[in-house]
Structure formats: C-alpha cells, structure tokens
Design a protein around this ligand. Structure first.
Ligand SMILES: [Zn+2]
Length: 447
C-alpha cells in the first residue's frame, strides 16, 4: 500500500472507524431491510450533537432520516446522501463474520463496510465536527440517509423525491456513493469521481410453444428457445458506443499517461477500434467494457409448474443497463439482433437517467482530494451501475460519487462490493472523513 496521506484525525469528534463498526453490526440486509435500529442509532448521535433532524417513512420499520446544518445562505444547500441497507451475505463464504465489524490486518470487515456504511460514517463525522467547531458553511448541509437502495429505492430515495421534494429545495449538487476511490493505472493514482451513471432498463424475454404431456415427444418445447437465447446472450456482446461521458472520462485519464498508453486510450475512443482496444486491454478491458456498451445479464428464469407437464410459455428476466443518452428501444433492438428469432422482448422497468453532467462542483471536489493526496489525479467518471443519484436527478440535482478513499492495489474493489469478504482499510475511512469535512469548509467559498 502506498504511504497514506491521512488527515490529522482528532478523536474529540465522532470516531469514523468506530462508527462504521457500529453501523456494520446492524444487520440491514435488504430484503427485508430492517433499517430502523440503524437509523435510530444515527438519530441519537445527531440529537446528541444538537443537529436538527427528522425521520420520514413510507412504511413503519423502513425509515429515512434527514438532517440539516444551517449555512449562511451564500451558496445553495449541499446534499450528502447515503443508504443504510446492504445486500445479503452468506457467512459460509466469509473469512470474518459479515456483521461483526471486526478489525483484522488493517481492515474493517463486514457487509456494508464499503457499500456504504463507511461513507455514511464519513458524512456523519464531517457534520458532527462542523457543528462542534461552530462552522457555518456557505450553504445548508442537508444529510439524507435512506433505506431500500439495494432493492430499487421505492421506500427510500424514490419516496423522498416524490413525497418530500421540499426537503431538497434549492439543492444543486449532492455527494454520495461510488466515486473518490483511488485506482492505479500506468503508475499514476487516479481518483474517479462519478458524475454520470448508466440507466436501469430491466427486460423480459418470453418464449412460447405448445404445452402437453411430458411423457410424449414434444418438439415445440419453449425451453429450447430459451436455451438457445441464453447461449447467444452469454456468448456475445452488444455493440460499442462512445458516449460524451466516457469520452470525457478517458480523455481526462489519457492526459496523465505515457505515450503508448495514450495511444491505447485514443483507440478506445475511436468507435472503429473500441472493441479491439477493449480486447487488447485484457482484464482492464473487461472492467471498461460496460462503459462502452449497453449490457444485459439474465438473472431470473420462470417456467413450468408441474414436472410432467410441458409449459407453453417460459421467460427470462434480464438486468439491462443502458449507456447515458440512449433509450430503451435501443437496448431492445440490440438484444433482438443478438438473440435471433423466437423471443418476445418487453421492457419491465426503465429509469431514465439525467441529461449530460453539470461539472460545477468538480473543481471543488478535486481540490479537496488533491489536498488529501497530492499525487492523486481526480477524473470525472461514468459509472457502469446505477445509484439513488438517478432519483435525486429528477429534482435537478447533479450527483457526484465522492467518498474519498486511498485504497491499496491488493484490494479487488469490484469483487468485494456485494461479494464475500467486503472490507475497507481503516486508514481509508479516516482519509475520507477528513476529506468530506474539508468539503464542508470549502463548499461555496472562493478558492
Ligand atoms: Zn451502495
């Protein structure tokens, strides 16, 4: 691990590491969620700090919390946003208990340690410290901690955005999950800050045939069409697109790389060579591929009700992700092209993403990161997945993935988020907590 330019951390405030541990120990696996105790714990911490807050819930037991630290009004309110729920964890596949929050080998282990209870701890640390210091930020600091992100956000961000939009009046910028993590490329240390994300587009492919008794030869069994479809979808990739968002991201990265690597980036951004460049990049290419393609991943198969009856219909649901600026009809036609005849494809859910990013806060976030890590290079990032940011975007809020962490190369970030052995370096939590605090100081002030 590189030397850690860790901020001076004063334990007179909330200890962000101990707080992350405490939050991880609340089992907020969604489904079913059970976020209430975790939110109550955070509420008591804010109450003790004298920070005004309230709980808003669509369903009892699935609360959301909004807190506000008043600013002097010289800048619009700034939103700090996070979710307290986590995805399931099977202890059988973990080296440490998933809800233990244990400190082992410099890491804090547990489900949610990265995604995103450490991020919530950073925000709480910054807010409580600002209050204790008597800081008056340029704009109100609004903290929104929600339930239900991992299952679509209907009870969390979507509920707040649709039923309590007044809580976010005047907010232009927000920070939240997915971004600000260090990432080494060509001996440079980049900090991708998420400024745009792919769009959720869930699809269903249905196959029809002739049902009948399973003891008889059934040529028109729809299972056959399904099998062929899955085979094709899994073995082929959808066509490449170079969007303005990925162009911006890779141009920013390319500027800091040596000549051969820069040529590789130029190839990546030329649609005629993108697919080849991705292949030549090997494992890195696999990481980057979803930034240049719509994707569809089969996840749920339905069909058949009885073992001795051939069904006349089977279907598969696909988790589709669309690049920004493209619409669901594009994904349906690309999938139909790959799948061939026989599949009826319908759109189950489409959450349109925001228009092109507003980079008005980017320089402030960059300067905060550079102060924390002078060797770090912040770059704007297109994120291959979706966050609650897409819901806040409906209120005209530009969302930034900004939970700063200096991570060792040895941590396979993508594999541990939502996977077994999720863990976060203890130093990275302190690094991020200091950076978010500096953001509250810096926000809306001239440099
Ligand atoms: Zn998350």
């Amino acid at each position: 691990m590189p030397a850690t330019p860790s901020p001076a951390f004063d334990s007179a405030y909330v200890d962000p590491v101990a707080l992350t541990q405490r939050l991880v120990r609340f089992d907020t696996t969604n489904p079913p969620g059970n976020e209430r105790q975790c939110i109550e714990h955070i509420k008591s911490l804010l109450d003790a700090a004298g920070i005004q807050n309230q709980v808003l819930a669509k369903t009892p037991g699935r609360p959301n919390l909004i807190a506000r630290l008043p600013g002097d009004g010289s800048a619009p309110p700034l939103l700090l946003q996070g979710h307290v729920d986590v995805v399931p964890a099977d202890p059988a596949h973990w080296r440490q208990p998933p809800f233990g929050g244990d400190l082992v080998d410099g890491y804090l282990w547990g489900r949610g340690s990265l995604d995103m209870k450490s991020g919530i701890a950073m925000m709480l640390y910054a807010m409580v410290r600002a209050k204790a210091d008597g800081m008056t930020p340029a704009g109100d600091i609004v903290l929104a901690l929600v339930c239900d992100e991992e299952a679509g956000g209907d009870l969390g961000a979507r509920y707040l955005v649709e039923n309590h939009p007044e809580q976010f009046d005047g907010v232009r910028y927000a920070i939240g999950e997915f971004g600000g993590f260090s990432f080494n490329l060509g001996r440079r240390r980049f900090y991708p800050i998420m400024v745009s994300e792919k769009q959720v587009c869930h699809l269903r492919a249905t196959f029809r045939g002739v049902g009948g008794h399973a003891s008889l030869t059934q040529r028109d069994n729809p299972m056959t069409g399904l099998a062929r479809f899955l085979q094709r979808v899994q073995s082929r990739q959808l066509p490449v697109h170079v969007t303005p968002e990925s162009r911006m991201m890779f141009q920013a990265i390319g500027k800091h790389l040596s000549l051969p690597a820069r040529a590789g980036i130029a190839a990546l951004l030329n649609p005629r060579f993108t697919a080849i460049a991705l292949r030549l990049l090997g494992p890195r290419g696999r990481t980057f591929s979803p930034l240049f393609r719509n994707t569809v991943t089969p996840t749920l198969v339905r069909g058949g009700e009885q073992l001795n009856v051939v069904p006349n219909e089977v279907s598969v649901d696909l988790d589709g992700r669309l690049l920004p600026g493209l619409g669901p009809e594009q994904l349906v036609s690309e999938l139909a092209e790959v799948a061939g005849a026989g599949a009826e494809i319908e759109v189950l859910r489409y959450d349109a993403g925001p228009a092109g990013p507003d980079l008005g806060l980017f320089d402030t976030l960059s300067s905060v990161l550079k102060e924390a890590d002078p060797e770090g290079i912040p770059v704007p990032m297109l994120m291959p997945a979706a966050t609650d940011g897409r819901l806040f975007a409906r209120l005209g809020i530009q969302f930034y993935g900004f939970l700063p962490m200096l991570l060792p190369d040895t941590l396979d970030f993508a594999a541990t988020i939502h996977g077994p052995d999720e863990r976060v370096p203890v130093d990275a939590i302190n690094f991020g907590a200091g950076a978010v605090y500096r953001l509250l100081q810096r926000y809306g002030r001239s440099p």
